[in-house]
Design a protein around this ligand. Structure first.
Ligand code: MTE
Ligand code: HPA
Ligand code: MOS
Length: 774
């Protein structure tokens, strides 16, 4: 825990476990999401018409039946878009509506607008399209074999991996496949577009990236950005799925609203949402790792093939982050790492919590798990043997020197508190006498780089208003998706002004208030916007200090702000009173603030530089029990230690760690995406796609924050928490693999792909039994 906050008598609004600013509204059901906003008179409802083919050309769409359907007001296709038919974030290869070519089942062809949501949805299915089928690549392997990529392949080399592999006393090699993951935000994609005078457009949108929605809508309408205003009060979850892919919904609603000059709402139902939007990239790996008899890794050669889907979307930075996380917590001297963004005729995959980092790091953990079993050693010993350490073993493959490495002490602390070694013996003892049920245990570390790996995105802005009554309204570029960014930014501003949190409010994120914002992503939301809001609040504080100091003939820096008061030469003045006087004296009581993360650079050609501001660390121990006859299993206990630096809000951070742990566990164990032979996603609803539920949480779940302080000058020396803990349930996956290995007396490396659904676990058990049969 944060020691600073435990000092008695020290006034602080940061470092305390304030509840989420909307917790009460969430519980009461009165938090407003886009679909809850009172509809304006004349509002119409839209639905998208979707492609039924994975790859085909078409000349015309017969919309007669759609138009004749009950309640339909209009149907709009690509030719009806007044501006640019694209909603892609980086490379412009994402049409809003397919124009003569479809590239996946579920690709939008048109938008139908009707009097009600149901009428629009019914009508959307009635189109007749004359397709001419083209050959389709439905798997990353097929795309790779055909060398069909959405972007040029990437490669990071350091040292001479080939030579060191050839010389290495031992080698581990293999293949691995890891599945994708649906974001499954509880609130689906939604946009409500309201036309304003002179072709201006106001869009209420569930998005992590209001500024990008503004630009996509402006381009689609063929108007300048200043005519488009995008607002987001909160999302019911984003998880990366609303970083770029909210754009389609915002654009389609705006195109219809502009054409009809009526408010149009487009709300995806779950099946359409899953059929249309991209997910976490599934990965296929081929690895070869050279090591010595002590388990020290000498060289790594790794090929990763990603399922990018039909367009680039964010696959470039995702693949880059994957390559930059293959090292995880380990010093890898000689590497040859490659990533191929396979172009498949499926949804365009996108950001998902971790953004390729989890996929990169899983590969090295899998190889380490192999090495440990081959050497007959505990995997934790192999991990510790390879940790980043002293000078000479402290530079990442991409050239960033670690100056904040705490992995060894953090892991040591968890090793002790979780009683890892004792429980290892206990699990072996249990398995020796239990023929059907088997226990497995694993401990895995995490190191995760914090910053957008696209340099210019590391900036943020904020606007702080102090009203005459002393209340404070803050607007910043970050968006609230449940992660608690608004609570943290409120705490930062309250702390800066020395006022209680209750005096500060945050207004909806709005492109008309703070311009040119970045997506709330890469776990940087509180880091960037917290600093920007602090800068804004600090200017107001300085003006108030100067004002009151001049009244009392003291120096401005002798004025203290604490507990709702200004302390001037031993006398306390209520904040609101000073503010009211300052107003009458014509002191500016509002300010903007800006922040750009210093010290970042990246060379994408060589894949080297200093892409991260700092690293967040963590570790987890998981203990599972599997039924070797059915492949069913249960997580018995999880122990987690996470490095949130000097946490801004320990309660929110612990909530983030718990949520990410369970979400990552779902990715690696139960969430399976399936496409049929025609390329249609068949798992497009919770009936067939299994996310974890409350009953999947371990009864014994021990989450704690590591006592640390950010070496980097981050906001109040805190560290980001949004994504890194998603890697902690690697421990669950490797605990399952450990339990399976017990079937072959730990002598055989079980082939286990993710998601390790029960069938996969059974297959793995059978493979081990076969290989260990006399
Ligand atoms: N937590 C909740 N409750 N809902 C979300 O959608 N998204 C995650 C993480 N935690 C998410 C969440 C992702 S993908 C990111 S990048 C971060 O929050 C973004 O917020 P931050 O940068 O403010 O941490
Ligand atoms: N995370 C999320 N979004 C991004 C990133 C990242 O690292 N880089 C570019 N967009
Ligand atoms: Mo998070 S995947 O960076 O939105």
């Amino acid at each position: 825990m944060n020691s600073r906050t435990e000092l008695p008598g020290v006034w602080a609004e940061v470092g305390r476990s304030h509840p989420h600013e909307s917790a009460m509204l969430h519980v009461l059901g009165s938090a407003t999401y886009v679909d809850d906003v009172a509809e304006l008179h004349g509002t119409l409802h839209a639905a998208l018409g979707l492609s039924q083919q994975a790859h085909a050309t078409f000349t015309a769409i017969d919309l007669a039946a759609v138009k004749a359907s009950a309640g339909v007001v209009a149907v709009l296709v690509a030719a009806d878009i007044p501006g640019f038919n694209d909603c892609g974030p980086i490379i412009h290869d994402d049409p809003i509506f397919a124009d003569g070519l479809v590239q996946y089942v579920g690709q939008p062809l048109f938008v139908v607008v009707a009097d009600t949501h149901d009428n629009a949805r019914r009508a959307a299915r009635l189109a007749q399209v004359d397709y001419t089928a083209l050959p389709a690549h439905l798997t990353p392997e097929a795309a790779h074999a055909a060398q069909s990529y959405v972007l040029p392949p990437m490669r990071l080399q350091r040292g001479d991996a080939a030579a060191r592999l050839a010389q290495a006393p031992r080698r581990a090699s293999g293949t691995l496949s890891v599945g994708g993951q649906e974001q499954f935000y509880l609130e689906g994609q939604v946009a409500y577009a309201i036309p304003q005078e002179e072709r201006a457009m106001r869009v209420l949108c569930s998005t992590q990236h209001p500024s990008e929605m503004q630009h996509v809508v402006a381009h689609a309408l063929g108007v300048l950005a200043h005519r488009v205003n995008v607002e987001c009060r909160r999302m019911g979850g984003g998880f990366g799925g609303k970083e770029s892919q909210s754009a389609l919904w915002a654009a389609a609603a705006a195109i219809a609203a502009d054409k009809l000059q009526r408010p149009v709402k487009l709300r995806a139902d779950r099946d359409d949402d899953m059929l249309v939007t991209g997910k976490r990239h599934c990965f296929r790996y081929t690895y070869e790792v050279g090591y010595d008899d002590t388990g020290r890794i000498l060289a790594v050669k790794l090929e990763m093939v990603l399922r990018a889907g039909y367009s680039a979307d964010l696959s470039g930075p995702v693949a880059t982050r994957a390559i930059c996380h293959v090292d995880n917590a380990y010093y890898l001297s000689d590497v040859d790492l490659r990533a191929f963004c396979g172009k498949t005729n499926t949804q365009s995959n996108t950001a998902f919590r971790g953004f390729g980092g989890p996929q990169g790091a899983l590969a090295i953990e899998y190889a380490i798990d192999d090495i440990a079993r081959t050497l007959g050693m505990d995997a934790l010993d192999i991990r510790q043997r390879n940790f980043y350490a002293e000078a000479g073993r402290d530079v990442t493959p991409y050239g960033q020197q670690l100056d904040d490495n705490v992995i060894a002490p953090l892991v040591a602390e968890l090793e002790a508190s979780s009683e890892y070694r004792q429980r290892r013996h206990a699990a072996h003892a249990f398995n020796a006498t239990s023929p059907i049920l088997k226990k497995g245990l694993a401990m895995t570390p995490v190191k995760f780089g914090i910053a957008f790996n696209v340099n210019h995105l590391n900036q943020a802005g904020a606007l702080v208003h102090v009203y005459v009554d002393g209340s404070v309204l803050v607007n910043h570029g970050g968006t609230e998706m449940g992660q608690g960014i608004h609570t943290k930014v409120m705490q930062v501003v309250a702390h800066e002004l020395g006022i209680p949190l209750a005096q500060v409010r945050i207004s909806a994120t709005d492109t008309a208030k703070v311009a040119n914002t970045s997506a709330t992503a890469a776990s940087t939301g509180a880091d960037l916007n917290g600093k920007a809001a602090q800068a804004a609040a600090r200017q107001i504080r300085d003006r108030l200090a100067a004002f009151i100091a001049s009244q009392h003939g003291v120096s401005a820096d002798s004025v203290d702000f604490a507990d709702g008061k200004l302390l001037v030469a031993g006398v306390a003045f209520p904040f609101a009173e000073v503010v009211a006087k300052a107003y009458l004296a014509r002191v500016q009581l509002w300010s903007d603030g800006f922040y750009a993360t210093p010290g970042l650079h990246w060379d994408s050609a060589s894949m080297t530089g200093h892409p991260f501001s700092y690293f967040a660390y963590g570790a987890a121990v998981a203990e599972v029990l599997i039924d070797t006859l059915t492949g069913e299993w249960k997580l018995l206990r999880a122990d987690v230690l996470y490095d949130a630096g000097q946490s801004l809000n320990p309660a929110i951070d612990i909530g983030q760690v718990e949520g990410a742990f369970i979400q990552g566990m779902g990715w690696l164990t139960t969430e399976e995406l399936c496409w049929n032979k025609d390329g249609k996603l068949t798992t497009h609803a919770p009936s067939t796609y299994k996310i974890p539920t409350v009953s999947d949480c371990p009864d014994d779940f021990r989450v704690a924050l590591f006592d640390n302080r950010n070496v980097t000058d981050s906001i109040h020396r805190s560290k980001a928490v949004g994504e890194p803990p998603l890697l902690l349930p690697f421990s669950v996956f490797f605990a399952l693999r450990d339990a399976v290995a017990s079937v072959g007396d730990y002598r055989i490396n079980p082939p286990l792909n993710a998601p390790a659904i029960s069938e996969e676990i059974l297959k793995s058990i059978e493979a081990v039994q076969l290989a260990s049969a006399p």
